[in-house]
Design a protein around this ligand. Structure first.
Ligand SMILES: Cc1cc2nc3c(=O)[nH]c(=O)nc-3n(C[C@H](O)[C@H](O)[C@H](O)COP(=O)(O)OP(=O)(O)OC[C@H]3O[C@@H](n4cnc5c(N)ncnc54)[C@H](O)[C@@H]3O)c2cc1C
Ligand code: FES
Length: 339
């Protein structure tokens, strides 16, 4: 087989067929065909999000596959698309949303710095003119080519706004000090620019149960949780809810007034902001310490509660350990790791 040979990839029993080139990765073949796999590392094998199930023609797992996928997943044919080289035809199962999600041309209408490295970006839909999303979903930002990034990249960001507004979306975005897309967002993107979003994606949603909800957000992880809380407010949800919002210092917290207003507008909601460290001169009477310690102090037995976590993988993993130690079954824990 030559390096140029074209190889068919059959998606979801023939719902879609993609022509791949021998030697490229599944991730590359999918992105060329505008099938959007979740990724937060752009195909570098770091995030573990690009998993797909290969039902025929499945190759041996690589070491990186083994790092991100457990034995059961590997045996069921799951592989990381960015680690799978195409050498022959394959049948692959993926969620339909990966290829039914649409591109939206939007205009950036407002950029509001929230902290030293977190900003809120507001966009208005131009074409199509309405975006139907559910609270908790995320969109890919298409970062166009710029110097240092000749090909452009796509990165996921959660919707932070009230999803009743079908014309405008807000995002809460943290600058990654060495990130490609967030460098463009913070340094190049301006009010008035037209950009492309793709989505909606993801299955992070509030579950319709009578259980108490524990929301845990670190840094820009407040985004999806804010959208869910605004939805609860609109629906006048009686659900008991607690938000643990953690940041490194007082100046890394944001939107506290808005969140405190929710305490007045939601029947059973309480906010627990927490900072790792307080500096001399900080006007702070909230919790101090790691978010894990603050969580452990307040939750007690939580076998009957459910949890929603967003933030860095380290924060999410550490909080899941606390929840589990307090009796919460894994089946009641939902998260988006901002890898
Ligand atoms: C479902 C989901 C929802 C998300 N929602 C949000 C959100 O609402 N707000 C938010 O702020 N973030 C969110 N994120 C996280 C965000 O998508 C990532 O932080 C993203 O990587 C940022 O893009 P970037 O191009 O700036 O960084 P990238 O360029 O992708 O860099 C990410 C990391 O990759 C590593 N890296 C970069 N370049 C190299 C290299 N050459 N070699 C080796 N390693 C390298 C670095 O460690 C860096 O920290 C979300 C992530 C997911 C998965
Ligand atoms: S895209 Fe494959 S591991 Fe991140």
């Amino acid at each position: 087989m030559t390096a140029e040979a074209t190889i068919p990839l059959t998606i979801n029993n023939g719902a879609l067929t993609i022509a791949a080139t021998a030697g490229e990765t599944l991730f590359q073949a999918f992105s060329r065909s505008r099938v959007f796999l979740p990724t937060a590392c752009g195909g570098r094998g770091r995030c573990g999000l690009c998993r797909v199930r290969i039902t025929a023609g499945c190759p041996e797992a690589t070491e990186t596959d083994r790092k991100h996928l457990d034995q059961e997943a590997l045996q069921s044919g799951f592989r990381l698309a960015c680690q799978t080289t195409v050498t022959g035809p394959m049948d692959i199962a993926i969620p339909e949303a990966y290829y039914t999600a649409s591109d939206y041309r939007v205009k950036v209408t407002k950029i509001t710095p929230l902290t030293r490295d977190i900003t809120m970006v507001r966009c208005q839909a131009l074409e199509p003119r309405q975006i139907h999303v559910e609270a908790g979903a995320w969109m890919f930002f298409h970062c166009p080519p710029y110097e240092g990034c000749p090909e452009g990249v796509e990165r996921p960001f959660s919707i932070a706004s009230d999803t009743r507004d079908k014309r405008n979306l807000e995002f809460i975005i943290r600058r990654n000090p060495v990130g490609i897309c967030t460098k463009w967002i913070f340094e190049k993107m301006q009010v008035g620019d037209e950009i492309v979003l793709n989505g909606p994606h993801g299955d992070f949603r509030l579950h319709d149960t009578p259980r108490e909800a524990l929301f845990i957000a670190g840094g820009s992880g407040l985004s999806a949780i804010r959208s869910i809380l605004l939805e609860m407010k609109n629906k006048k949800s009686p659900k008991k809810a607690r938000l643990f919002f953690g940041a490194a210092t007082c100046r890394d917290l944001y939107l506290l007034d808005e969140l405190r207003d929710l305490e007045k507008n939601l029947p059973d909601f309480r906010l627990f902001p927490a900072v790792n460290a307080v500096s001399p001169g900080d006007d702070w009477d909230g919790e101090t310490g790691l978010i894990t310690a603050v969580l452990a102090k307040h939750i007690g037995d939580c076998s009957e509660a459910e949890a929603y976590l967003c933030g860095s993988p380290a924060m999410v993993n550490a909080c899941i350990d606390v929840l589990t130690a307090h009796g919460m079954p894994g089946s009641q824990i939902y998260f988006d790791k901002f890898a």
